[in-house]
Ligand binder design. Structure first.
Ligand code: GAP
Length: 508
């Protein structure tokens, strides 16, 4: 089992304190399952989207991009299966009014250390959460639990099961036996087009970006003269009325997807599936994700979506355990065939080698931009003991982002706010804004230099440039500090832009 880099509570607090992520509509008490990206969060997420677009569209001759509308013809969602199948089973507690996803509840009877038993229900089923819930249930019952026995009993024993229609399990929140039967609930948000709120005017906010790609397949083939194999990539918002949003941004009601539909000839699909799984794993590790916290997990047959021949999830070891970051699915020819049937249009591909019209197979790497941002934020977090003078140490919090991911690339920090230093520091700042123009460069001259270094470490800025008295009085050079090693080197102002471009990996 890998080690989580940091608890979710710590990252939620850092994200708010440092301007990464805020609760949506906080001044009104918050809007559940929706999040606002602050000044640093928007840079972090944009950097990830840019890195994804660069790797998957700009640097691949076999890919093109697309930006389809969020509102689509409602028949789209009948064809895709979302109207019929995009449902979760929902359970309410009649006593405390809490709502749960039935497939996230585990209930059972577990032995306690004192030789008795404790009846429990726990929301969401990662092993760590089940154990945590059990400890709480046992404590309520005035006992402790035998971890080893409980692990077996809770997760694999005959009494452990998902809450089903016939159970009389206690509510995980209040402990009352007052859970309703599960009811199926469609996750698509509905709205109306035009002034009259009638059934004929009802449309959906798209629950995935994928269908915007499928319905444009023929448009792209024709307008771009594309030959198989080729892919269409899209980044955009998706909406799901999740019953239990949670784990910070991990499960939200409004989120962004980065999706690829890669069209290939039937028979070549398995090989492309393998290639895409490897490519997508490498994308995360090349951008600095710790490989020990990343894994590829093939779906069990009973987990597979109705459209998929095979799917593997790229999972990250989040603080709540292994959880999905991205799915890489072989969707076969399911979607194009469905749209052919429902629209009556020809969405086939003419293969001039065989002179046949075929329906391509599709490999779909489908990632979440918000889950990626959360994983990169968690993975970058480090606490280090550093010297604090007089033989003492202090804890330095540092986000060790890959330079491409870091929201702020460079900070210009004059040694102090001094009229001798300010003009040169401002000139250095202006030259960096011009020379590194596609990224954020900050200028900060408030508080002590030590505190400013700590602040930049805590937001993951790879390089700090310090202007001091030597700069203006003698050498026209600045100190360049490396975030991770904390080493400092002297660089002539005239060489600063090329030196930083090289260190950031932009040139050479
Ligand atoms: N087109 C396939 C599809 O949408 P999915 O597994 O439902 O598949 C793909 O979603 C990715 O979208 C997930 O791996 C995850 O990163 C992201 N995602 C899905 N639901 C989400 C939610 N409620 N909140 C945040 N991200 C979500």
């Amino acid at each position: 089992m890998p080690e989580a880099s940091v608890s979710m509570d710590k990252i939620v607090s850092l994200a708010k304190r440092r301007g990464f992520i805020f609760q949506s509509s906080e001044v009104y008490g918050g809007q559940g399952g929706a999040w606002d990206y602050g000044p640093l969060g928007v840079e972090l997420k944009n950097n990830l989207k840019r890195a994804w677009w660069r790797a998957n569209v700009l640097q691949r001759p076999d890919m093109v991009g697309l930006d389809a509308a969020i509102l689509m013809h409602p028949r789209t969602w009948e064809a895709s299966g979302h109207v019929g199948h995009f449902t979760d089973p929902m359970i309410d507690c009649r006593s405390c009014k809490h709502r749960f996803r039935a497939d996230h509840l585990v209930s059972g009877v577990a032995p306690t250390a004192k030789g008795g038993t404790v009846r429990f229900s726990v929301d969401r089923g990662t092993e760590a959460q089940v154990l945590e819930g059990l400890r709480a249930a046992a404590k309520k019952a005035g006992s402790s639990i035998d971890e080893a026995e409980v692990r077996v009993a809770a997760l694999h024993g005959p009494d452990a099961h998902l809450v089903g229609p016939s159970t009389n399990a206690p509510c995980p929140t209040c402990g009352e036996v007052a859970l309703t039967e599960p009811r199926m609930f469609n996750l698509m948000f509905k709205t109306f087009v035009g002034p009259v709120e009638e059934a004929a005017a009802q449309v959906y906010l798209r629950p995935e970006t994928a269908q915007g790609i499928f319905v444009n397949f023929a448009n792209v083939v024709t307008s771009m003269r594309r030959k198989l194999p080729f892919g269409i990539a899209q980044i955009g918002k998706a909406f799901r009325n999740e019953i239990t949003p949670g784990n910070f941004t991990f499960r939200s009601r409004e989120f962004e997807q980065m999706e690829i539909e890669f069209f290939c000839k039937p028979g070549t699909d398995d090989e492309w599936h393998q290639r895409w799984m490897a490519d997508r794993m490498a994308w995360y590790t090349n951008l600095g994700i710790d490989p020990s916290r990343l894994r590829l997990r093939p779906h069990d047959p009973d987990e597979l979506a109705h459209y998929a021949k095979g799917t593997s999830d790229i999972e990250y070891f989040f603080p709540m355990g292994w959880s999905e970051l991205e799915g890489v699915a072989n969707r076969t020819d399911y979607d194009l065939k469905q749209h052919i049937e429902f629209s009556g249009q020809s969405l086939t591909y003419f293969d001039d080698e065989t002179s046949e019209h075929i329906v391509p197979y599709v490999i779909e790497p489908s990632a979440g931009a918000d889950r990626a941002a959360l994983a990169f934020l968690l993975d970058a977090y480090h606490e280090e003991e550093v010297p604090a003078g007089e033989g003492k140490t202090e804890t330095r919090v540092v986000l060790k982002f890959h330079p491409d991911v870091a929201p702020v690339k460079v900070a210009v920090l004059p040694l102090s706010r001094n009229e001798k230093l300010t003009p040169t520091a401002q000139a250095v700042y202006a030259s960096l804004l011009k020379g590194l123009r596609d990224c954020v460069v900050q200028y900060d001259d408030s508080q002590s230099i030590g505190r400013r270094y700590r602040r930049q470490d805590e937001i993951g800025t790879p390089y700090c440039v310090t202007v001091d008295f030597e700069t203006v009085e003698s050498d026209q050079a600045v100190t360049l500090r490396d975030r991770d090693s904390m080493t400092q080197e002297r660089v002539a102002i005239a060489d600063l832009v090329p030196a930083l471009r090289q260190k950031l990996g932009w040139d050479g």
